[in-house]
Structure formats: C-alpha cells, structure tokens
Design a protein around this ligand. Structure first.
Ligand code: R1P
Ligand code: URA
Length: 335
C-alpha cells in the first residue's frame, strides 16, 4: 500500500482502507467464508451469482477479498494465508469495515488424529490452541518446563455449526460420496505445521509424545490445523466496542460518548447491555488432507471434489442463517 496513512493506532488510508487487507467499508459483507489458499477462494467464488459482478481485491500483503452475492445474499470470501497472526489481521480489519453481526465460517484443511479417512469433513464443536513454549530450552533440553502449552477450549457458534452447516453439507453431498461428516470433535490450532503438530524434522522439537499427550488430555480431539482457535477466540472475546478515533485516545474524561475512567471499557463505546450489540459468530469445516494415523495424504482430484462440495455448502449455510435486517451493515457488499 503506497497511500498515506492517517492513524498509527488503527492505520487507514484517507479513504478508509485498512492497512493489510486493503478493503474499506462496503467492500466486505457480514457473511464471510475464510480460506487459506487463493485457488480455494477463487473456486468458491464460482458459485456466486453472475450479476452484480463480484468485487475482488488482492492486497499488497497477499490477502484476497472477493465480495459477491450467493443466491441474492451478499457474501465475502477472504483468503488469509496461514496461521494465527493472519487471523488477527483478518478479524480486526474486517470488523473495522463492517457494521452489525459478522458470521464467519472457515473452510480449511487439517490433519486428522483418529481413523477417519482423508476426504472426511470435521465440524469442530470447539478448539484449543497448542503453542510452542518459547521458555523451554530447545537447544539443550529442559527438565523444568513443558515444551508445548495447551490452552483451554473455546466453542464454535452452535447455531451456525449444527443448525446450518451440517444440514447444508448433507444436502449438497454428491451422489455416492461416502465421506464421513463428523461433529463431535475438538480441533487443535497450532503455531507450527511441524513442531506443535508433532511432526519430526531436522529440528530438535521434543514433540515425539505430543500427539499421544493430546489424545490423553483432550476428550474428542480429532484435528490439527492452524487458524480455527484464533477465529473462535477473537469471536468470543469481542464485546461490541467501537475502535476509538485518533482524537479519542486520551480524552476519556471530556468526550460525551466515551465512558468514564471507572468503566471496564475505557477504550470505546460499550454496547454490552444493548440488545442490538453486534456479534461475531464463527464455525469451521475442516477437510481432512492428512491422516496422521495411516500417513495417507489426499490426492489433488479428491481435493477438487471435496472443495467443490464443501465450498457450495458453506455458502448455502451462510445464506440460510436468518439475521434480522437491522443487525446487518446498511450497505454490505454494495460494491
Ligand atoms: C498448512 O498446510 C495450512 O493448511 C491448513 C492449516 O490450518 C494451515 O493454514 O489450513 P488451510 O488449508 O486453510 O490453509
Ligand atoms: N493442515 C495442517 O495444519 N496440518 C495437516 O496435517 C494438514 C493440513
């Protein structure tokens, strides 16, 4: 991005474009599918209505936003690449560009810890995070510390998950596709595809017992990938605060719209007792690309079939979520 940026707290261009995704108000819809790969985003966009012509913007930082209509309903597909830090850019910057509720479904790939075959679909009811403990002495070994930390679980939005996604996937199931769809599952999002997913590389990662440890300590643990926890965590922690304008970083005592110093929300307007308080609802569909039990890896042909099926079903689930009009952005996806 070469435009002048006006605010170091929440950097934006003069016309309101956020710094990393490059989008502005009206270019992203309240209903979002997020994916990791550009080709997956483009393939899902093929399901969009041909009119009005979808909007597409690839930012200099590699985020791709495609906004169009699916059966008349505005939906965005946002490709974020990989990992928790990219989720953070995505959720915070999209939140800044959209008013009202956000409904987010991640459609991503995963490794599977159970005996489900590659090509299965997992709709996790919750996710934990598994992160490398940077205080552990990886060079010399460490008797005092644990090399990996497991977080507490955070739940998916059950309306989105159970009421919509499972049904949409079942009804769009291609004839004779035997792929299991599993819902009683917990996902783990990791900060590495390798060390914190228990893969063995030339690095000394002290992770040979990690998968067994996960299975022993986390009931229903089924999948490993790298983003879902951070999406669920940010969705669950957002409390409807508006981002303060640059001028309101300090004048808490003087601004009429800002709460007093004693407020638990000193940085902005508190909507937490407001029935119209916007929400972020999130769920995920994980496509099993790698079986960590059999060591099988999915074929390109299986990926195409699985993405075509699940991509259409995710759009249908988002379309079918009944959101009252006053909870949506007044000009969502108006581009
Ligand atoms: C690793 O290969 C990537 O695949 C999974 C992981 O979460 C990680 O991002 O998801 P995507 O297929 O969405 O990229
Ligand atoms: N994505 C992951 O993060 N892990 C896998 O094993 C496969 C896909």
């Amino acid at each position: 991005m070469r435009d002048t940026i006006t605010d170091a707290n929440f950097p934006k261009t003069a016309d309101g474009r956020v710094y990393h995704l490059g989008i502005k108000d009206g270019e992203v819809a309240n209903r979002i599918v997020t994916v990791g790969s550009i080709s997956r985003a483009q393939d899902i966009a093929k399901h969009f209505d041909s009119s009005p012509k979808p909007f597409s913007l690839q930012s200099e930082r590699g985020f791709l936003t495609i906004t169009g209509r699916y059966r008349g309903v505005p939906v965005s597909i946002v490709c974020i690449g990989m990992g928790g830090p990219n989720v953070d850019f995505f959720i915070r910057e999209v939140r800044e560009c959209v008013r009202g509720d956000l409904l987010i479904i991640r459609l991503g790939s995963c490794g599977c810890l159970t005996d489900l075959p590659v090509g299965s679909l997992i709709l996790p009811k919750a996710s934990i995070a598994v992160t490398r403990n940077l205080d552990f002495d990886f060079a010399n070994g460490d008797h005092w510390r644990t090399p990996y930390r497991l977080s507490k679980p955070v739940s998916a939005d059950l309306d989105l998950l159970m009421a919509q996604l499972k049904g949409a996937l079942e009804s769009a199931r291609p004839v004779a596709a035997p792929n299991p769809i599993v819902t009683n599952a917990v996902n783990a999002s990791t900060d590495s595809f390798y060390s914190s997913q228990g893969r063995q590389t030339s690095f000394q990662d002290y992770n040979s017992g990690l998968i067994d440890h996960l299975k022993e300590t986390i009931p229903d643990i089924t999948s490993l990938e790298m983003e879902t926890y951070w999406i669920f965590h940010l969705a669950a922690s957002w409390k409807g605060l508006s981002t303060p304008s640059p001028a309101s970083n300090f004048p808490l005592a003087t601004s009429p719209v800002l709460p007093s110093h004693s407020s638990p929300h000193p940085q902005g307007v508190d909507f937490s007792n407001d029935v119209h308080k916007p929400l972020i609802k999130a769920a995920a569909v994980q496509m099993v690309f790698a079986s960590r039990r059999s060591q099988d890896f999915i074929t390109p042909q299986q990926v195409s079939e699985l993405e075509a099926w699940s991509g259409g079903a995710v759009l249908e689930a988002l379309r079918a979520m009944n959101v009252p009009h006053n909870r949506l952005h007044p000009n969502e996806g108006s581009v």
